[in-house]
Design a protein around this ligand. Structure first.
Ligand code: IPD
Length: 272
């Protein structure tokens, strides 16, 4: 790699170490009792003390290990447009599935990805409660706890189990709910599990067939999208655009076009 950037394997090794320590902190803080520290975009978009503590822990560790790198984190932002000296930027969601974390539902995770020159090359998603851990490097496959992952082989959208999520803004949710209402008669069923990073990892191993969502930030999807891609899924937006805030669609190749077209018809990337 140029300018002395570490290999994707080296970046993954750092990411995994940090994610394990971060998940341990989140787990311990959950056991000690959790409460809302603040709200963000709406009253239901909460931040816990653990979100902040975990992000600070990872930021401090990265400053020590990789002082020249940029970091984009959910709680403290920064680094949004910065790129480190070696072209490396870390993208961190300290706790994805914060509402699940608050309620003690075991579907919340630390998500950490490393980009080089704007391309995600390594990512780890670690479930805070169960300890399940998904990893991927660009071109190196997707893995969970030593097992190589392949996505679903389903070819019929009518048989597909579809995961999705909703934003925090009530108007956006209303639009997303209308899309789901139109989609559900045409698929096996819908799951709303509450953590985008984990939803993408579950899709990567066929525990759901497809996933889509509007409104995701980079930290929600960077690591999980790499895991899904490396497991054989197509991950993109509408009309050939890259996956992004407008829409993320993750589907096995045979299901991508039918799901894409249905979501385009339903204006899934529209609304507020
Ligand atoms: C949220 C979760 C949720 C998704 C939302 C995200 P957070 O992230 O990933 O599943 O539907 O769009 O904002 O707030 O728990 O980090």
């Amino acid at each position: 790699m140029e300018r002395g950037a570490p290999s994707s394997g080296e970046l993954l090794e750092i990411a995994v170490g940090l994610a394990r320590d971060a998940a341990a902190t989140a787990y311990r803080m959950r056991a000690e009792g959790v409460s809302v520290a603040a709200t963000k975009s709406t009253v239901t978009d909460v931040v816990t003390a653990a979100d902040r503590a975990v992000e600070m822990q990872v930021l401090d560790a990265l400053r020590r290990l990789r002082p020249a790198d940029a970091v984009l984190g959910e709680e403290y932002g920064a680094g949004d447009t910065e790129v480190g000296a070696d072209g490396v930027r870390w993208i961190l969601d300290p706790i994805d599935g914060t509402v699940n974390y608050l309620y003690g539902l075991p579907h919340c995770a630390v998500s950490l990805a490393a980009e080089v020159d704007g391309e995600v090359v390594a990512g780890v998603v670690r479930n805070v409660i169960t300890g399940e851990e998904w990893t991927a490097t660009a071109g190196g496959g997707a893995w969970r706890d030593g097992e190589r992952l392949r996505c679903s082989t389903e070819t019929d959208l009518g048989q597909a189990l579809v995961a999705t999520g909703f934003g925090y803004d009530p108007k956006r949710r209303a639009h997303q709910a209308r899309v789901v209402a139109e989609l559900i008669p045409h698929v096996r069923d819908i799951r709303r599990l509450g953590a985008a990073a984990l939803d993408l990892c579950l899709a990567a191993e066929g525990r759901v067939d497809v996933y889509y969502e509007k409104g995701l930030a980079a930290w929600d999807q960077a690591a999980g999208a790499l895991v899904a891609t490396e497991a054989g899924m197509l991950v993109a937006g509408l009309g050939g655009r890259p996956a992004g805030p407008d829409l993320v669609i993750a589907a096995p190749p045979a299901l991508f076009a039918p799901l894409h077209d249905r979501l385009a018809d339903l204006d899934a990337s529209g609304g507020p």
